[in-house]
Design a binder for this molecule. Sequence first.
Ligand code: GDP
Length: 197
Amino acid sequence: MDIKSASFVMSNSQVEKCPSSQLPEYAFIGRSNVGKSSLINMLTSRKSLAKTSGRPGKTQLINHFLINEKWHLVDLPGYGYARVSKRDKKTFQKFITDYFKQRQELVCAFVLVDSRHEPQKIDLEFMQWLGENEIPFSIIFTKVDKVKPKALERHVNDYNAVLLKTWESLPPFFITSSSKSLGADEVLAYIEEINQS
Ligand code: GDP
């Protein structure tokens, strides 16, 4: 998919106030510093689209971007340093859980994980929560330029092994590096494919 246009639409903290245009949307979420802003900028071929919404005070909001006048890319707050404990309760601020549970337009969530690390509890718990709430998701491994191929393979396999303990099938996953411009075509092709189906 060629990105012909990408523009910031709005930021808010209430799912009811998200855009009413009913366009399909794809949400990006992950731990703080996982490389989400860089990935969004890579996907959209814009230097600082994600930073636009990253003005102070905007980072803890639901940020909508309109892509090709056809779909919304949604930048969600990083789940950073908050300790994830009891699934649905304190996992995230309520507006994030509301967003996932109520937003009819959401087609797929992309959960970003840092490829340098072994599966992290916080990420696994979040994926578990998405699965339990029947929210389709894919995994995006970020910063693969920082990890040796063998270690990357091990980390991907480790995620798969943990997920297969609970679920019958695995979510799609993508290998990306914003520094090396890797993986954008695959993610965009996947979005295009679902948009057309
Ligand atoms: P966010 O907090 O998840 O939005 O993360 P950022 O996109 O701001 O990136 C966090 C840090 O990781 C920054 O210092 C980026 O330069 C760095 N970073 C992001 N993506 C990559 C990548 O693909 N490779 C490498 N080596 N560093 C990256």
